[in-house]
Ligand binder design. Structure first.
Ligand SMILES: [Cu+2]
Length: 357
């Protein structure tokens, strides 16, 4: 800790760089940039390409109702025979950016997602425990390519200090929504359709509008981005995920040309799901008065939350790896308010690499 403090002070006492004097920092977000988990937060000059890779690990832990943590017992008390306990999602994301003109940047992103959700069965549901081989716990998994996204970012204003760009994108349903795994039910542990929370894509064509403003000062920058997901259709499993709105704000401080520290706040609102996941078991046949699991029902999707973001980015200023940028950021929930009964969001860690040429 003492070493860390010394290093921090050593960085602090260095003269602040006028970041914009040095190529290639100006060309891609002025210095090592804002939090790595942000998408489409910058544009490029004509002829520039950027390759990126991000790894994101997200944890959801414990059930919530509204903004209160609830126990599995309370979920069973609300009529469900199964309660989710925890979910982890690991995502690899490849990104490509290209600017055909100074005012237009094109962006493509392809994720690969792996998810795991653990569940607990109500001890009073003896029949289901028996069908699960005598255990009260089971875990489901899914893994594969997600939805392919294309966006166009259009520069609306740029004067050195102020930068504004708008984006419009489309998300194509390349991610599977037919993922299955072994789930206890009639006949025992059989391969069954997983709920939407465990599917790899939305199953619908989605529109991705966004608006991003950045301010560049001497040795620091700040930004705000509003971004939405509008789902245009009901998918072939008879549901439509909720529309989504994200508001991200951040401040980055660039104490040296090769490092930036950033902090910010992220707000997300997600609508309830529409439609019924009719291919899921909704009521256990041996206890028809009860419901199966919260993730099978549309009213348990969506909600809103506020997260704090803390991140660091590095830019390799010289040598054979010159221009390569690395970043990591951590998101922690400050407040959340879920619809119905839903797993609460815990820590999200994103690490990544970016290189423009
Ligand atoms: Cu870029």
């Amino acid at each position: 800790m003492k070493t860390l403090t010394t290093i921090l002070f050593a960085i602090l006492l260095q003269p602040v760089f006028a970041v914009c004097e040095c190529e290639p920092y100006c060309t891609c977000g002025h210095g090592p940039g804002g939090p790595i988990s942000l998408m489409g937060d910058h544009t490029h000059d004509a002829g520039e390409w950027m390759l990126s890779y991000r790894y994101m690990s997200m944890d959801m832990d414990g059930m919530y109702r509204g903004s209160d943590a609830v126990s599995a017992g309370q979920v069973f008390g609300a009529g469900y025979v199964v309660s989710p306990r925890r979910m982890t999602m690991d995502m690899h994301m490849l990104g490509l950016m290209y600017a055909p003109t100074d005012d237009l940047t094109l962006m493509a992103m392809l994720p690969h997602t792996s998810m795991e959700m653990s569940h607990e069965i109500d001890p009073a549901a003896g029949m289901l425990v028996m069908l699960n081989g005598g255990s009260r716990y089971f875990t489901t998994e899914s893994s594969g390519i997600g939805d392919l996204k294309f966006s166009a970012l259009i520069d609306l204003h740029e004067d050195g200090a102020h930068h504004l760009h708008g984006g419009i994108g489309i998300s194509l349903p390349t991610g599977s929504i037919g993922e299955r795994d072994l789930v206890p039910g009639p006949g025992g542990r059989l391969s069954r359709q997983l709920p939407a929370a465990m599917q790899l894509g939305s199953g619908s064509i989605d529109l991705l509008p966004s608006l991003t403003y950045r301010y560049h000062g001497e040795g620091w920058s700040a930004g705000v981005q509003a971004a939405g997901i509008y789902r245009t259709q009901t998918n072939w499993h008879n549901y439509r995920l909720g529309h989504r709105f994200d508001l991200n704000t951040w401040v980055s401080w660039v104490p040296r040309e090769w490092v930036s520290l950033s902090g910010g706040l992220a707000y997300r609102w997600e609508d309830e799901m529409a439609g019924l996941q009719t291919d899921l078991l909704l009521r256990p046949p041996f206890a028809p008065a009860r419901l199966t699991v919260p993730t099978a029902f549309a009213m348990n999707y969506g909600g809103q939350r506020i997260e704090a973001i803390v991140g660091v980015n590095f830019l390799i200023p010289e040598g054979p790896l010159e221009g390569n940028r690395f970043g990591v950021d951590v998101r922690l929930p400050l407040w959340q308010d879920v619809n119905g009964y839903r797993l609460g969001t815990d820590i999200t860690v994103t690490g990544g690499w970016r290189y423009s040429f």
